[in-house]
Design a protein around this ligand. Structure first.
Ligand SMILES: NC(=O)c1ccc[n+]([C@@H]2O[C@H](COP(=O)([O-])OP(=O)(O)OC[C@H]3O[C@@H](n4cnc5c(N)ncnc54)[C@H](O)[C@@H]3O)[C@@H](O)[C@H]2O)c1
Length: 254
């Protein structure tokens, strides 16, 4: 069903570990040429080398999504290496390093850093990549949102507000890039068991939390792969500007 992805070019940000690495791996396994990008160079180089060892055509290239020059250089590198960009996955986010904190303890510096990565990063990476995606059949952008805006937990005010902005940005980018033939959608995962999530001071996967879901188990990175492939491929060719919630049925948004 996702055969149309084979031979195409993907760029995944925040791909050195966690969900981003799972996304990059799945896209490479679907036959895509993939650039993994992150600010964690050692982990990223290692992940890319492992994927190449499995026969996949992938590269690692550093890209700090908060830095406009860096994202432009990353988009240009991807286009020069593989001849263009068909799919951008804006996965990089401040999540692993985020402490749960009351609004009284969220500093101005933390707020700015959170928004620089989670919001501005999505915006400027998308604009930089769009220049290399225009007119390519099936071109698509997938933004990593979260169910945090719907739950609006007060312990992550900056994160929840930033991911809400990602959902709105997904709509405005979808309208902005429609004429270029680029679809833009978002994925909003609930709690997904990555190293970053499992190391939190709050147990996101406690029995009481899982009991609130319709699907009575913790979410895994593998649960996001089907939705990713759907949004990346022509299977979702008539969808743009939408956010797909993947959280075991915990959050019901409509
Ligand atoms: N794990 C979850 O429960 C969950 C749920 C919903 C959404 N998300 C989102 O999914 C994404 C990945 O989450 P994860 O659990 O794998 O966490 P993670 O912290 O392991 O992954 C985030 C990645 O982004 C990278 N990154 C941070 N700042 C960057 C920058 N300036 N430029 C480029 N890369 C940068 C990090 O180095 C890391 O590799 C994040 O956007 C997160 O907000 C996670």
């Amino acid at each position: 069903m996702f055969d149309d992805l084979s031979g195409k070019v993907g760029l995944v940000t925040g791909a050195s570990r966690g969900i981003g690495l799972a996304y990059a791996t799945a896209l490479a396994e679907a036959g895509m040429k993939v650039v993994l990008s992150d600010v964690l160079d050692e982990d990223g180089e290692k992940a890319a080398a492992e994927l190449r060892g499995q026969g996949h055509d992938v590269q690692y290239h550093r890209g700090d999504v908060t830095d406009e020059e860096s994202v432009r250089a990353l988009a240009a590198y991807t286009a020069e290496t593989y001849g263009g960009i068909d799919l951008l996955v804006n996965n990089a986010g401040i999540w692993g390093d985020l402490e749960f904190a009351s609004v009284f303890d969220i500093s101005s510096e933390r707020w700015d850093k959170s928004f620089a990565v989670n919001v501005k990063g999505v915006f400027q990476m998308s604009v930089a990549a769009a220049r290399h995606m225009e007119g390519r059949p099936g071109a698509a952008i997938i933004n990593q949102a979260s169910t945090a805006p719907y739950i609006a937990t007060p312990r992550t005010a900056d994160y929840s507000a930033g991911k809400a902005a990602v959902i709105t940005l997904t709509k405005t980018l979808a309208k902005s890039f429609g004429d270029l033939g680029i679809r833009v959608n978002a994925l909003a995962p609930g709690g997904i068991a990555t190293e970053a999530s499992l190391n939190k001071s709050v147990d996101l996967f406690a029995d009481a939390a899982v009991a609130q879901q319709c699907v009575k188990r913790a979410g895994q990175t593998s649960d996001l792969i089907g939705p990713l492939m759907f949004l990346a491929s022509e299977a979702s060719g008539y969808m743009s500007g939408q956010t797909l919630v993947v959280d075991g049925g915990k959050t019901m948004t409509a």
